[in-house]
Design a protein around this ligand. Structure first.
Ligand SMILES: [Zn+2]
Length: 127
């Protein structure tokens, strides 16, 4: 049974440490039954979803840019756009999946870097 990666657990924990009142309603580490029917990095524990809660400090418009500074990132989906870190220079492109990711951002981490539990960029922000 795959387990959530240390990198992904750290990402959500760092957000909670920064913004203790943040909503976690759309947070996700592992895939649920629906995810398991399709290919998803959540099924391998190599992705996290972070709830958009700007009132309590987690504004994914900002966090989705900040997260691109992290070398562990494979790709990010936020607000109907996707950024693939392996296609550097191409920037954000339209994402036309059924779920527009307007209430949470999705971050996939590179499988080879999943065990690296270094702080995420938002860990150095001040609350
Ligand atoms: Zn996701």
């Amino acid at each position: 049974m795959p387990q959530p990666s240390a990198a992904c657990k750290r990402a959500l924990a760092d957000a909670t440490a920064l913004c203790s009142k943040r909503s976690r309603i759309a947070d996700r580490l592992m895939g649920d039954a629906a995810h398991q029917k399709r290919k998803s990095d959540h099924n391998d524990g190599n992705a996290f979803d972070l709830t958009h809660d700007p009132e309590n400090g987690v504004d994914c418009h900002f966090f989705s840019k900040l997260v691109l500074l992290d070398f562990r990132v494979s790709y990010v989906i936020w607000n109907r756009r996707i950024y693939n870190a392996d296609k550097a220079g191409k920037g954000w492109r339209p994402y036309r999946g059924k779920n527009g990711h307007t209430h949470h951002m999705h971050v996939s981490v590179k499988a080879a870097l999943r065990d690296i539990a270094l702080p995420w960029p938002w860990a150095s922000l001040e609350s």
